[in-house]
Write a protein that binds this ligand. Structure first.
Ligand SMILES: NC(=O)c1ccc[n+]([C@@H]2O[C@H](COP(=O)([O-])OP(=O)(O)OC[C@H]3O[C@@H](n4cnc5c(N)ncnc54)[C@H](O)[C@@H]3O)[C@@H](O)[C@H]2O)c1
Length: 352
């Protein structure tokens, strides 16, 4: 009998000759890194997370997926696959063929878009989530699935909002996220699924566009301030909401994903960073762009924002897995403008 080994990425392809018969089979090479699949990875959060995880665990151990065609830039930076979360068989084949260990589930229809298309939100955020839980249970995967401040509602204490409290959201997005949180906790207790979730505040990012949430103004304002010097905000100036700068949000994701299971006293954690109103953000920007003109014209997103928390209470995340944010309002504002401004548009001294 002889065995010939040929390394193919993370597999070892072995050819064995037993009593004159040749047999080829795949065996897993010694595994020192988890193999990670990210669903919905072409959205606001996915690319940045893939970059961080690839730096830690190796380029080919982190597989991005989505239902849209990826840019060349994405394809050049590591594996990318088509994966519709409504297609269970395809998900199962990816998990088997790619020997996935951890799954980061980012596919979702966000709050504002969800209100415009409730049946699509139900399909993706409920049916899709059922597929993901079953997939992770059957294949023994660790699952990180973010929740949101939108999982709370007007009856929730809003300042501060604790981890465990009344959750009666008024959007289909919020309702589906409460369903996801409860199902995740149920699968954890019933089947031992290693489910982890963080309730993200509104995410502010420079490189990637927001995907249709109620907190998107806090990204659009920077683009418009630089492009036209004016911004018309769809919320009232005094609407306070929790927010987080993308690098903090991605670090929270990685830290919770990697935390030892025995340290997690909860499976769904609030995480908090900055809390501000449109007026406070607009006051922070003129330090860099003195000519910014603001207008306010609330639309249907105001009612959603009014039903959400103003400040999240996140002491459990800070205690259990040492969560700490880095960016405050001035830090986030200057980092956003530095990332977005054409060279020379904002003077170096004003960035100090
Ligand atoms: N961005 C935020 O401010 C924020 C705040 C709180 C929580 N979250 C949560 O974080 C996660 C990622 O958010 P994001 O901002 O990157 O969202 P996004 O809307 O930017 O991206 C979502 C991605 O899901 C994909 N998708 C839609 N239908 C799909 C399907 N059937 N199969 C596979 N993929 C599909 C879309 O193509 C898109 O690329 C979501 O679960 C969201 O609820 C985001």
């Amino acid at each position: 009998m002889f065995a010939k080994n040929l390394r193919l990425g993370h597999f070892v392809c072995m050819t064995e000759n037993v009593l004159g018969k040749t047999r080829t089979f795949y065996s897993v090479a010694k595994k020192d890194s988890p193999r990670i699949l990210i669903t919905g990875s072409l959205g606001q959060l996915g690319r940045g997370l893939a970059k961080i995880l690839r730096e830690k665990y190796g380029r080919d151990n982190v597989i991005m997926s989505d239902i849209a065609k990826a840019s060349w830039d994405v394809l050049e930076n590591g594996p990318y696959l088509y994966a519709d979360i409504l297609d269970f068989k395809n998900l199962q084949s990816i998990v088997v063929n790619e020997r996935i260990d951890w799954l980061v589930h980012f596919s979702a229809i966000l709050s504002s878009v969800g209100e415009q298309n409730v049946s699509q939100a139900l399909q993706v955020n409920v049916e899709g989530v059922h597929n993901i839980f079953e997939l992770c249970r059957r294949n023994n995967l660790r699952l990180f699935c973010p929740s949101t401040i939108g999982a709370f509602g007007p009856e929730t204490p809003s300042n501060p909002t604790p981890d465990v409290t009344v959750q009666r959201p008024k959007t289909i997005y919020g309702v589906s996220k409460v369903h996801m949180e409860l199902l995740g906790e149920y699968y954890h207790h019933k089947f031992g699924l290693d489910f982890r979730s963080a309730r993200f505040p509104g995410v502010i990012s420079a490189e990637t566009a927001p995907g249709g949430g109620t907190t998107d103004y806090a990204v659009h304002i920077f683009h418009e301030a630089l492009r036209t010097g004016r911004y018309k905000c769809y919320l009232r100036p005094d609407t306070r909401m929790p927010m987080i700068y993308l690098p903090d949000c991605l670090r929270a994701t990685v830290e919770l994903l990697e935390a030892p299971s025995e340290k997690l006293n909860l499976r769904t954690y609030n995480i908090s960073a900055i809390s501000f109103t449109p007026e406070e953000l607009a006051d922070a920007i003129p330090k860099f762009i003195p000519t910014l003109k603001m207008e306010y014209e609330p639309d249907e997103r105001q009612a959603i924002a009014d039903s959400w928390p103003q400040v999240l209470e996140d002491s459990n995340a800070r205690k259990d897995w040492n969560w700490q944010h880095v960016y405050d309002l001035p830090g986030m504002t200057s980092a956003m403008l530095e990332a977005l401004a054409p060279k020379g548009k904002i003077s170096a001294s004003s960035m100090l």
